[in-house]
Design a protein around this ligand. Structure first.
Ligand code: AMP
Ligand code: ZN
Length: 464
C-alpha cells in the first residue's frame, strides 16, 4: 500500500516494522463535550485505514487514548483546562463529564460503523506511567524543573520541527502563546511535561509526584500510552492535521528522547472538515453532531459516505445541500444492491478481478472515492448477481456503509407494506368493493408482486 507520510511529506510504500503486523495509535477525543462531525471525519477515515489494513491481511493492533486531563484550550501550555471548562459549564465533576462524553463518543462511533480500537485507555488510568517517563527524561538530561513545573528541553534535539514547516500558521500560534505566557521556559518551543504551579489553582484532578502535587501535560499521555501498549516501535500514528503541531511534534520529541531511537515511521493526518465560515469547532455556531443530523432525518451512514466521497488529504466543506446529494446517492445505491438476486454461484475469477480494482484504489493512499466507484463498477459488471453481491459485501468490510445489510431493513419495510395492502384488499372484498380489491391486486402486480389466493389465506410472491 502507498501512503502519504507527513514525516518526509511524500507518498511511499507502507512497510511495517514487523512483517504482517501493524501497530497503530490514534489520538482519542478530549471528552469535555460531544464530538462534532469534523472530529468524526478524522475517526471515520482512520477507521477505513485500519479496516483496509486488515482487509490486506495485516494483523493490526490499534490503541486509542481518551484525553480526560491535561488538554488546554490552546493546544500548547496556555489557556484553560478543557475538562474543567466542561465541568463548570454543566455543574458536574470532571470525572462525570469524562464518563458522559466518552460514552457519547462511542455511541456516535457505533452509529457511524467506526470500530472500537483494540485498546482504549483514559489518560487518568496511567498517571504512574507518565511520572515514570517524565523521571526518565529528567535522568537522560532532556527535561528540567523550573518554577514548579517540569519542561521538555527542545534545544537538546537536532531537529525539533520534524514535519518541516507544513503548519507554518500553527507554528506561529503555538510559539507565540508559549513565549508570552511562561518565563520558566529556556526555549520558546519547550513544553510542559508535568504541571504543579500553574494558574489553575482549582485544577480538579491532581496527583502526587516527585515534583509536587500536580497533573500531566497533554502530550506525554500519547507517547506513554502508545509505548505502554504497543512497545518501542510504532508503525502508524494518526490524528487530525491540527495535531501535527505542537502535539505530534512534541510526542516525537519526548518518545525518541526516551527510547533513544526512531519511534514511529508513518504519520497519517486527516485534513479538516470546514463549514462555510471556516474550520468547524465546538465553540462555533450550530454545533454539528451526529445526533443533530439524525434529528434532521439523516442516516449517520450517509455522513460516513459523504466523508468517503472525498480524499482524506483534502479539506472538506460541509453543507446540507451536499449531504442531501449523498443521501440520494446512498438510497439509490442501497436499492440497486437490494434488487440483486440471491441465486447462482459466485464466479471466483470475476470476483478477484473486481476486488483488484477496489484494492488498486485503496492502495493508492486510501482513495476512498475511487473505492466507491469500484462498487458501481461491480453493479455494472458482466457477471451474475451472486458474484456482485459477494464482492460488494467484501468491500463493505472496509467501507462500512451497510450496503447489503440496509436491504434487510428495506425488505422488512416492503413485507409490512404488502401485508397492509393485502389486509386492505381483504376488507374491500368483505365490503364487496370489488373495484378497490382488484385495484390493489393490479397495483401490486405492476410492482412485480403477485397475490395468490389459497385456502390458508392470501400469499404473495415476487415475479420478474
Ligand atoms: P479533540 O477531541 O479536540 O482532541 O479532537 C479529536 C480529533 O479530531 C483530533 O484528531 C483532531 O485533530 C480532530 N479534529 C479537530 N477538528 C477537526 C475538524 N474540523 N475536522 C477534522 N478533524 C478535526
Ligand atoms: Zn495524541
Amino acid at each position: 500500500m502507498i501512503l502519504y507520510n507527513t514525516l518526509g511529506q511524500k507518498k511511499s510504500e507502507f512497510i511495517p516494522h514487523t512483517e504482517g503486523k501493524v501497530n497503530m495509535y490514534t489520538c482519542g477525543p478530549t471528552v469535555y463535550h460531544y464530538a462534532h462531525i469534523g472530529n468524526l471525519r478524522t475517526y471515520i477515515m482512520e477507521d477505513v485505514l485500519e479496516k483496509y489494513l486488515r482487509y490486506s491481511g495485516y494483523d493490526v493492533t490499534r490503541v486509542m487514548n481518551i484525553t480526560d486531563v491535561g488538554h488546554l484550550t490552546s493546544d500548547a501550555d496556555t489557556g484553560d483546562d478543557k475538562m474543567l471548562e466542561g465541568a463548570k459549564r454543566e455543574h458536574k465533576s470532571v470525572m462525570e463529564i469524562a464518563k458522559f462524553y466518552t460514552d457519547a463518543f462511542f455511541e456516535d462511533c457505533k452509529k457511524l460503523n467506526i470500530k472500537t480500537p483494540d485498546v482504549v485507555e483514559p489518560a487518568t488510568n496511567c498517571i504512574d506511567d507518565f511520572i515514570n517517563m517524565v523521571s526518565a527524561l529528567i535522568d537522560k538530561g532532556y527535561a528540567y524543573f523550573a518554577g514548579g513545573n517540569v519542561y521538555f528541553d527542545t534545544s537538546k534535539l537536532d531537529n525539533y520541527y520534524v514535519f518541516g514547516n507544513m503548519n507554518a500558521d500553527d507554528l506561529e500560534v503555538g510559539v507565540r502563546e508559549d513565549v508570552d505566557s511562561d518565563e520558566n521556559k529556556r526555549n520558546k518551543t519547550d513544553f510542559v511535561l508535568w504541571f504543579t504551579k500553574s494558574k489553575f489553582e482549582d485544577q480538579a484532578l491532581k496527583w502526587d509526584s516527585p515534583w509536587g502535587v500536580g497533573y500531566p501535560g497533554w502530550h506525554i499521555e500519547c507517547s506513554s500510552i502508545s509505548i505502554k501498549h504497543l512497545g518501542e516501535y510504532l508503525d502508524i500514528h494518526c490524528g487530525g492535521v491540527d495535531n501535527a503541531f505542537p502535539h505530534h511534534t512534541n510526542e516525537i520529541a519526548q518518545s525518541e528522547a526516551f527510547l533513544g531511537h526512531k519511534w514511529c515511521n508513518y504519520w497519517f493526518h486527516v485534513l479538516h472538515l470546514n463549514d462555510n465560515t471556516g474550520k468547524m469547532s465546538k465553540s462555533k455556531g450550530e454545533f454539528l453532531t451526529v445526533s443533530l443530523l439524525e434529528s434532521k432525518g439523516y442516516n449517520p451512514l450517509v455522513y460516513r459516505m459523504f466523508c468517503l466521497q472525498s480524499h482524506y488529504r483534502k479539506p472538506l466543506t460541509f453543507s446540507y445541500e451536499s449531504l442531501d446529494n449523498t443521501a440520494k446517492a446512498y438510497d439509490k445505491l442501497v436499492k440497486r444492491i437490494s434488487s440483486l438476486k440471491n441465486d447462482g454461484e459466485v464466479d471466483k475469477a470475476k470476483s478477484e478481478e473486481l476486488d483488484g480494482k477496489f484494492r488498486e484504489a485503496l492502495d493508492n493512499d486510501l482513495n476512498t472515492s475511487l473505492g466507491l466507484t469500484a462498487v458501481y463498477d461491480v453493479l455494472k459488471a458482466e457477471t451474475n448477481d451472486a458474484t456482485k453481491r459477494y464482492v460488494i459485501e467484501k468491500f463493505d468490510e472496509v467501507l462500512g456503509l451497510d450496503l447489503t445489510k440496509a436491504e434487510a431493513e428495506e425488505a422488512s419495510d416492503l413485507d409490512s407494506e404488502i401485508e397492509e395492502l393485502i389486509a386492505k384488499r381483504q376488507q374491500a372484498r368483505a365490503d364487496r368493493n370489488w373495484a378497490e380489491a382488484d385495484k390493489i391486486r393490479d397495483d401490486l402486480l405492476a410492482r412485480n408482486i403477485k397475490l395468490i389466493d389459497t385456502p390458508e389465506g392470501v400469499k404473495w410472491k415476487k415475479i420478474n
